[in-house]
Design a binder for this molecule. Structure first.
Ligand code: NDP
Length: 273
């Protein structure tokens, strides 16, 4: 694996293995600077959402980078209040305008509300109209995906879910793999909970890497796409610097075994936003 290694999605589109997440970066300057640093460091995927309220800043940073549009994989998400078929189409238009783009690489249902099927049908329509390159969902458990499958002509190709060593999501990852759905891990660092765990600390020492780099490498080894967020320039660079070592199968298994089913965010079966 190298920094340019991608995952080939179900329709053949290539998606970078590590992207830059921009949640909690609402201030224009913070988002603009973060995305600018990330692109300079070599990231070629950016993960935003309408609810992050920074799509304008993300779009401006992409333009200012001078990097060709088609070299950057851009994801955004339809917020819960905008779900439903017509609303999703409108929300997409707004996001596209804010980002100042004429297409998106990946568009996701942010959370599985009761309207998840209509919302996905709108995303599918955008895919058919070639306004997005990849249709996807986020925070969908297996039963949510099955609800989507029941109405979909084209299955979602990405499911973005909370995943880190404290929530390794083995069953859902296996279900996604069986259905040719790539998994993107949000909160890939799990707010640092496992950074001080002896298993992770020992591996960090062994490979002269930081605990964050060990965790990000674990994501790559188990087949995930990871979208770490940082506003700290050195961390932005460090989080991409995970291609000069590899974990053994046993080491990967040991990290996966740290799973405690601990969520840093809401459970998609029980949220009130
Ligand atoms: P992360 O696991 O990326 O952790 C981010 C936190 O870790 C920040 O506090 C950051 O601090 C810190 N950090 C980053 N790099 C390092 C490092 N190398 N060493 C130590 N600490 C580090 O969690 P997020 O919740 O931000 O998730 C990442 C992305 O996932 C989001 O930005 C968003 O794009 C997406 N997401 C999607 C959700 C969904 O519902 N689909 C929900 C939540 C997130 P600092 O910035 O100060 O450097």
């Amino acid at each position: 694996m190298t920094i340019s290694t991608t995952i080939t999605l179900a329709n053949g589109v290539e998606m970078p293995r590590i992207g830059y997440g921009v949640f909690r970066m609402r201030e224009h300057e913070v988002a603009f600077n973060g995305v600018s640093e990330a692109l300079k460091a070599g990231y070629r995927a950016i993960d935003t959402a309408a609810i992050y309220q920074n799509e304008e800043a993300v779009g401006e940073a992409i333009k200012a980078s001078g990097i060709a549009r088609e070299e950057i994989f851009i994801t955004t998400k339809v917020w819960n209040a905008d779900q439903g078929f017509d609303n999703t189409l409108r929300a997409f238009e707004t996001s596209l305008k804010k980002l100042d783009l004429d297409y998106l690489d990946l568009y996701l249902t942010h959370w599985p509300k009761l309207t998840l099927a209509e919302t996905y049908k709108a995303i599918e329509r955008l895919y058919e109209e070639k306004l997005i390159r990849v249709p996807g969902v986020s925070n969908h458990h297996q039963h949510h995906l099955e609800e989507v499958f029941a109405v979909a002509n084209v299955k979602p190709m990405v499911n973005q879910i909370e995943c880190h060593p404290s929530l390794s999501q083995d069953a859902l990852r296996a279900f996604c793999a069986d259905n040719n759905i790539a998994v993107t891990a949000w909160a890939p660092l799990g707010t640092g909970i496992v950074f001080t765990h002896p298993v992770v600390k020992k591996l960090a020492e062994k490979y002269s890497k930081t605990p964050a780099q060990i965790v990000l490498r674990w994501h790559l080894e188990i087949g995930n796409i990871a979208i770490p967020k940082s506003i700290t320039p050195e961390r932005i660079v460090d989080n991409l610097n995970v291609y000069d070592f590899a974990l053994t199968v046993d080491e990967v298994t040991a990290i996966t075994a740290l799973n405690t089913f601990h969520r840093t965010g809401a459970d998609p079966d029980n949220f009130d936003f």
